[in-house]
Design a protein around this ligand. Sequence first.
Ligand code: NAD
Length: 477
Amino acid sequence: MQATEQAVRQIVQEVLTQLSSNGTSGNSTARSNGVSGNWGVFNDVDQAVAAAQQGFEQLSEAPMADRAKAIDIVKTMCDEQAEELGRLELEETKIGRLDHKIAKLHVIKSVPGIESLTTEAVSGDRGLTVTEHAPFGVIGAITPVTHSLPTLAANFVNMVAAGNTLVVNPHPSGANIASEGVRRFNKAIYDATGLQNLVTIIGTPTIESAQAIFDHRGIRLLVVTGGPGVARAALGSPKRAIVAGPGNPPVVVDATADIDNAARSIIAGAAFDNNLLCIGEKEIFAVNEIFDQLMASVGSNGGFRLNAQQVAQFTAKAFGPPKEAGGHHVLNRDFVGKDPAWLASQIGVSVPANTQILFGETDENNPFVPEEQMMPFIPFVRATCTDHAIDLAKKYEHGFGHTAIIHSKDVRTITKMGRIMNTTVFVKNGPSMAGLGLGGEGFPSFSIATPTGEGVTSPMTFTRQRRCAMIEDLRII
Ligand code: NAD
């Protein structure tokens, strides 16, 4: 009896705390398991971190089989509910394409899980030394609007496989779908394993909440996926940060390339989710010899070519002038991730149904070349020779070290460009997504750590090495 009273008192206390807590009070009906917050959704960073810390402690005590089950739940949900969740993401963010929003959720099932964690052992006369890969604890994750739920889900799989839990500050324009995912994941994981709050999220995120996560003593590691501003902020933080920063992937096409394959690949990569992907083809440098043939092939494989006057009109709508002399042209955010037909209609042009991208010839000074446009208009620049094309690619990748693509059958040219570009992802003779295992070998991730060098992230990225040495004993050979 006394025990029951105590349990009731504890629950009442938790409800009162909940009601008085910042922002979560309206959601108390959705909590059903004594877990504070709404299945992991909080408006207060301290509470979100505290809940993820409890989740981490619980996960640390749980068998590996429960970790595997939690990951399997997230993968299965993303796969089976891809259509509904993809639609919700598109409705909220209003950028990208439904078919590709759905495809990006199906991809989560290919993100590696606990099977990718390794243990290394060395044995000899002096005994046995084992190196294991341990978790950090609670990770602070900042996610982009371009793939709100896919980034969160892939981060979950990678980080939880390694034994961590995570607190997510999503982009404000994709916060509802990210929170919906967190609620669904946490509830299903709790029902299946009893584990709670393996992921928590700030339901109404702001730059201030992101900064509070950066500064929080309970956060052991930051993982930031986003553009230049947030990448800079993370690199300036005293905490260790894994930064998946911006890209501006150039494509080189030389005279030896299979031109139709190059055209189809450029279209497939640049059209994917209306060119929101950081690895997506953003500008093309093609040698003069094959330039016109390439343009014709792009036109007959789903591209709609704008003439010089239309390119000038469109550029003036898509970019404002730089704020200061020599500065960046200001991207019109209303154009980001929009369909080609809508973009063309902004300059009074109507395009055939099923147009995948808009494209046109520009010089290197057109803002579409230096800027990361994140929309399906692709500038094609004439290069005098292959070296010229590679030089331009190097210049306009801006040293991000993110992604570059080449279409060529000359292995020396491919090798040369690979060395010069020094990018994290380098794709030859295929669409950019092939670098993430979509049509190429290898595994996917939505966080490609570029300035900090971890590359395409996987569970091992989120581990600390721990060495355990036994002297003399345990060597059995
Ligand atoms: P964004 O930089 O506007 O926002 C990303 C996240 O950072 C959001 O959650 C946002 O709220 C937060 N944020 C922005 N400025 C901040 C600051 N000063 N302090 C703290 N938080 C801040 O980017 P976006 O439009 O959401 O996403 C597109 C960008 O992300 C592109 O540049 C793209 O290349 C990049 N990206 C990179 C990868 C990768 O794996 N390298 C993956 C996806 C997107």
